[in-house]
Design a protein around this ligand. Sequence first.
Ligand code: PNS
Length: 161
Amino acid sequence: MTKVLIPGSFDPLHYGHIDVVDQALELFGEVVVAVLVNFAKPSGLFSPDERVALAVDSLADRSNVTVDAFEGLVIDVASAAGADFIVKGLRTSADYDIEQQMAHMNRSSGGIRTVFVPCNPEYSFVSSRFIREIASHGGAIDHLVPPNVAAALTDRFTDAR
Ligand code: PNS
């Protein structure tokens, strides 16, 4: 079995992320979902521990998947986890531009390869950023995120109002 690391902000996890986890499970067999800090967006809606808890609940019925929060570089996290590859989902050509650059940076710094999987077209427009924005206005997000994530978003923005 091949172990792969799927890193991301996951603020919060949505159905597009879960599709990538399922593709990676099918292709490789074992997945570590790593909640990491994106330097470009250091503060988030949910804390890293909350993001992990939401992802653990959402992925609870899958075997061979673990979820945890990490600090530092993704190449160090991948090495410590014993991951053979990093896996990233691609929605659009804009994703490809940034992800290809990160893949080359990570390969040159840490030696680990990144494997891209095309996301299911059904989720090609889904992003955590827009989910947070729509949820903050009380808009419909139930078709984009698992029920536990939808409930957490509702609670967070109800608390804030
Ligand atoms: O879901 P995101 O925000 O697109 O995920 C980006 C993330 C967290 C995977 C990326 O910012 C990352 O790898 N952060 C860890 C720090 C690191 O290794 N940076 C160098 C990237 S070349």
